[in-house]
Design a binder for this molecule. Structure first.
Ligand code: MGD
Ligand code: MGD
Ligand code: SF4
Ligand code: MO
Length: 717
């Protein structure tokens, strides 16, 4: 007899799909499907996870703890031959070795010389941050500031509204104008698409603002191919027109916003002609967009994080986020903006992570913070103390971190003790001293919120762990015992942690009230958050105040940012690497090293089925016809793409339709280094610079030059 279990896709995706896993008598998973009862999943999975069993049962899964063989240098290993560089050891041996080395390093250099490095390999609440944080806090290790993805945009949204909430995903069906702003809905957020389509069937228009011709852009009513890093100018220009033409909601602005007078002065600096010159969008189009936005009540902006990966990204998100405050779109069903819904869940992170344990550590105080976006610098330049141990889990920084040259130089250090807990032999695993096998979401239990909807879910373990794979919670609980940490919290079970996460009775999270593991099970593994404010069947977060900001209002003007030395109002400032900067003379092309539609950051890049889906774009540099012609490049040529940080060998894909990608912009996709020609992916070219605030990286502010490779023959033959 087969049975079915409700799990949750734990990959770093806004959709957090409910997944039904079918398991046969032998305990093997035979099928995964989208949960038809989940109101956002609606019975389907994306192409990546529909093939999930290929990943779980992949022949190259990492299944046993391993130690680097004596004399084998750290560095890239050939895919499929990685195991040769390691020898299998028992878990007992692995845990003993790690505990011993960490104790020695802590003793010799101080505990802050140990750096945990993790991100969102799993966004399950326990797997993302619970026992691991307790462990590193008790150790006194450096704290990791997890900025790689969303802190700049997140902080920007918070500076305006005070909480990361947004338009209800299901309410998008009621919108009349949808703007996908740096939001690759088809690629990154596919479960929003049916609601967009439903809205369009009822007359809504879809506008996409993205320099790249995504599938979403190609399916839209209107694609505005903005120049990278200029979105703040566009949003300020739209506000200029809305105010000039009286197309804003005076009552809402007066009642619920702060700093309108100052904003008026600022937007006066952004007349359409100036904005046109900055963004590359004709003034008439800017007028048309602003008019459509200002004359439609139900306007929904799906803003995604692409826009903040740039020097001026924080200001851009702030400016865009102000648009629905100006028009009062929040009052209308289907109106508003969604960047993230993650602020709605409020799992009890203090109970899970126990930052108080730092006081009990040998350090006896709060440990220093290291910005993960500066990993290269941290491993090669940081002092007092230098980093001597790196513990990587839930992440593949050798592929995903910016300034790859420095990151790999750091990882190559023979005096750095590196532990990697992984499902596969990733680029980072190639640099491990000790390699540990991790479970997939089918093999452990967790609880999960979402950043693209308002349902909390229980993810039940569906199958036994493969080989000797173990979960993050198990690993750090075991290591704590080996270190001799006496605190009882290191013995908490998964059930205990789930109970603590839900924090029932905690006044900080009223929307989780009454939700327990049992009630979740009774409801097929999922429950909608318990909003008091649901109106017309949807959650409308900012229809009225007060707002959880310092002023209690929506903040056009932010004194809190001002206190940090940041401009309290949004403005356009050119990125250090952009067509508006001096660097542009040396490197005249703006480079977008984007995510792959068929991978999840670097995850899935090693699987043949996923590679097949991504084939047309793998190793490819997309260019505008004019840029190609000016360099004597034809479609299919091998090209060198380079800047001061490095050079990549790629194959040119020249857009026949000149309008597809703006001239002066080239694009390529993220993969594993060892699967890329020359052994490096796009992050060899990305810089160490940070955004205007929030500490995020500037993946999308990169200048390069491109030339036909010396060895290239036309059409790549
Ligand atoms: N050029 C460029 N670089 C980028 C981006 C970009 O758009 N362009 N995007 C950036 C963004 S937004 C992000 S979020 C980062 C993401 O960067 P990373 O956080 O490094 O994400 P992945 O590359 O997906 O690597 C996650 C790893 O976690 C592992 N994993 C999964 N589940 C578990 C688990 O339960 N336990 C353990 N121990 N491991 C697990 C997976 O096997 C995988 O190898 O990349 C950033 N890098
Ligand atoms: N298939 C797939 N799905 C994913 C991921 C993946 O790697 N693959 N990654 C996941 C992760 S980690 C995240 S954070 C989420 C959200 O990920 P997003 O933030 O939505 O993803 P990005 O692809 O970084 O950026 C979205 C779009 O912004 C565009 N863009 C770049 N620069 C600019 C600019 O200056 N202005 C404008 N207007 N647009 C710009 C890019 O071309 C891209 O199409 O997606 C998640 N979902
Ligand atoms: S990656 Fe996203 S869309 Fe795909 S199954 Fe997971 S949550 Fe759903
Ligand atoms: Mo991300």
């Amino acid at each position: 007899m087969s049975r079915t279990v409700h799990a949750v896709c734990s990959h770093d995706c806004p959709d957090s799909c409910g997944v039904l896993v079918t398991i046969d008598e032998s305990g093997r998973a035979t099928k995964v499907q989208g949960d038809p009862k989940h109101p956002v999943t609606r019975g389907f999975l994306c192409g990546k996870v529909a093939k999930y069993l290929d990943r779980v049962y992949a022949p190259d899964r990492l299944l046993y703890p391993m130690r680097r063989r004596e004399g084998v240098a750290k560095g890239p290993l050939e895919q499929g031959r990685e195991a040769d560089a390691f020898e299998r050891i028992s878990w007992d041996e692995a845990l003993k070795t790690i505990a011993k080395r960490l104790a020695e390093i802590s003793e010799k250099y101080g505990p802050e010389s140990i750096l945990p490095y993790s991100y969102a390999g799993t966004i399950g609440v326990l797997g993302y941050g619970s026992m691991d944080r307790r462990f590193f806090h008790r150790l006194g290790a450096s704290q990791l500031d997890r900025t790689i993805c969303a802190t700049t945009g997140g902080d920007a949204l918070l500076s305006v509204y005070g909480r990361k909430l947004g338009t209800d995903t299901e309410a998008f069906r009621h919108a009349k104008l949808i703007i996908a702003w740096a939001a690759n809905i088809h690629g990154n957020n596919i479960h929003l698409w049916p609601f967009v389509e439903e809205a369009r069937r009822n007359g809504a228009k879809l506008v996409v603002i993205d320099p790249y011709p995504t599938r979403t852009a190609r399916a839209a009513d209107w694609h505005i191919a903005i120049r990278p890093g200029t979105d703040s100018a566009l949003a300020l220009g739209m506000m200029h027109i809305l105010v000039r033409d009286g197309l804003y909601d005076r009552e809402y602005v007066e009642r619920w916003t702060h700093g309108f007078e100052q904003l008026l002065e600022r937007i006066a600096e952004y007349p359409p002609e100036r904005v046109a010159a900055l963004t590359g969008i004709p003034a008439a189009d800017i007028e048309r967009l602003a008019r459509q936005y200002g004359t439609t009540q139900r306007t929904a902006i799906r803003l995604n994080y692409g826009v903040q990966r740039s020097d001026n990204g924080g200001a851009a998100v702030r400016a865009i986020a102000m648009l629905p405050a100006l028009t009062g779109a929040w009052k209308h069903l289907g109106g508003g903006l969604q960047l993230s819904t993650s602020g709605s869940f409020r799992f009890d992170s203090a109970a899970l992570e126990r930052p108080d344990l730092m006081q009990a550590s040998p350090l006896g105080r709060e440990a220093r913070e290291v910005n993960m976006s500066l990993l290269g610098e941290a491993l090669t330049e940081m002092r007092d103390p230098a980093v001597h141990a790196l513990f990587v889990y839930n992440s593949n920084p050798a592929a995903g971190a910016p300034n790859q040259g420095a990151v790999l130089r750091g990882l190559r250090r023979e005096d750095l003790f590196t532990v990697v807990h992984e499902q596969f032999f990733t680029d980072t695993a190639d640099y491990a001293d000790i390699l540990l096998p991790a479970t997939t979401f089918l093999e452990h239990t967790d609880i999960q919120g979402a950043y693209g909807h308002y349902y909390v879910q229980l993810s039940e373990q569906a199958i036994e762990p493969l080989g000797e794979a173990r979960s993050n919670v198990w690993l750090f609980s075991q290591l704590a015992q080996r270190m001799g940490f006496p605190e009882a919290c290191f013995n908490d079970s998964v059930d205990d942690l789930i109970e603590q996460a839900l924090g029932n009775g905690n006044p900080e999270n009223p929307w989780l009230k009454g939700i327990t593991a049992e009630t979740l099970r009774e409801n097929g593994g999922m429950q909608r958050l318990k909003f008091e404010e649901d109106r017309e069947g949807a959650f409308q977060p900012f229809a009225e105040g007060p707002f959880p900001t310092p002023s209690g209002k929506i903040e056009f003007y932010s004194e809190a940012l001002e206190a940090q030395g940041v401009d309290p109002l949004p403005a356009f400032r050119p990125a250090v690497e952009s067509r508006h900067s001096e660097e542009h003379e040396r490197y005249p092309l703006e480079f977008l090293g984007r995510k792959a539609d068929n991978y999840m950051n670097s995850t899935f890049a090693n699987l043949p089925g996923h590679q097949e889906m991504e084939r047309a774009r793998a190793g490819v540099l997309e260019m505008h016809r004019e840029d190609a012609e000016a360099r004597g490049i034809t479609d299919g040529d091998e090209v060198d793409v380079f800047n001061d940080r490095g050079m990549l060998r790629m194959r040119a894909l020249v857009h026949a339709n000149g309008k597809a990608l703006p001239s002066g912009v080239v694009a390529a996709r993220l993969s594993w280094n060892k699967l890329s020609a020359g052994g490096h992916n796009v992050n060899l070219l990305t810089p160490q610079r940070l955004c205007d605030f929030g500490g995020g990286p500037t993946f999308y502010s990169v200048l390069v030059e491109v030339r036909r490779a010396a060895s290239s023959t036309a059409n790549g033959c």
